[in-house]
Design a protein around this ligand. Structure first.
Ligand SMILES: [Zn+2]
Ligand SMILES: [Zn+2]
Length: 261
């Protein structure tokens, strides 16, 4: 399970930003030729009006659409440009050098499972080598194989502690429906309001958004996250939480499929 989760985390593509977010040549031209910040923002805003984007960024003191002029498109909600991958990544959490991939909407469940199974694996090694380690420690034994036991125990403890801290941090983030990036910089919404709990739907719904509605699939690194990675229900829509999650579950199935072909 550990290797399977790791493989899925490493090999899953971050998923493309849909073509409708791509800026037209005309808009890019208008943006480049704009004489001031106001004209630039106007060009972007005219184009973005019909797109399902509720997050903003502050430019020149005003909340406006987020855009990427490396990829030439408007950024969907929770999407960020990864400098290492060189593309915009849907619901980007962070770029992880350990898996040489971005942790994002498409592989976040795999990443959490990878941390969980790595945590279990390290715990197993620590517990099973502890009696041998204590024996060597007590008797100051330098017998055959003791160096291997010491090495194995110390490495397992180091990984156990580091994985435990990162795993518990991500459980905390899931509990509040935040990405690592959002924990450092809270998202800005349409009304210009900065709200670090803007996507928080409550503990159970937040976990379901990552792991899906079918609990039999939760332990397996098989894609079961809800939504499409582009639009996300807002916390203020509390009375409609369930409906919104269900809608997300059913909407844009083609888009979800496209990530995994
Ligand atoms: Zn980009
Ligand atoms: Zn990346």
């Amino acid at each position: 399970m550990l290797l399977w989760s790791y493989w899925q985390t490493v090999c899953t593509s971050t998923g493309p930003v849909p073509k409708k977010f791509k800026l037209s040549d005309e808009t890019v031209e208008r943006f480049r030729k704009a004489n001031n910040e106001e004209e630039k923002l106007q060009a972007i805003e005219n184009y973005a009006n019909n797109l399902p984007i509720i997050t903003r960024t502050y430019i020149a003191g005003r909340a406006t659409y987020r855009y990427c002029f490396i990829c030439n498109h408007l950024k969907p909600d929770r999407c960020h440009h990864c400098r290492i991958c060189g593309v915009c990544v849907l619901k980007m959490d962070h770029h992880c050098p350990w898996v040489n991939n971005c942790i994002s909407y498409t592989n976040y469940k795999y990443f959490i499972l990878f941390l969980f199974y790595a945590f279990v694996f390290c715990s197993y090694i620590v517990i099973t080598t502890l009696p041998y380690f204590l024996e060597i420690w007590k008797h100051s034994s330098s017998g055959h194989g003791s160096i291997h036991v010491l090495f194995l125990f110390i490495i397992a403890v180091m990984f156990f502690l580091s994985i435990m801290s990162i795993f518990s941090y991500h459980l905390y983030l899931i509990g509040y429906n935040r990405t690592t990036l959002e924990a450092f910089r809270a998202p800005v919404f349409e009304n210009g309001r900065v709200d670090k709990n803007g996507f928080n739907l409550g503990l159970v719904n937040n976990f379901k958004q990552i792991f899906g509605n079918h609990c039999l699939l939760w332990p397996f690194p098989i894609f079961s996250s809800l939504g499409n990675g582009i639009t996300f229900p807002r916390s203020r829509e509390i009375s409609d939480r369930k409906t919104l999650l269900d809608e997300c579950d059913n909407s844009d199935e083609d888009t979800n499929d496209a990530f995994y072909v």
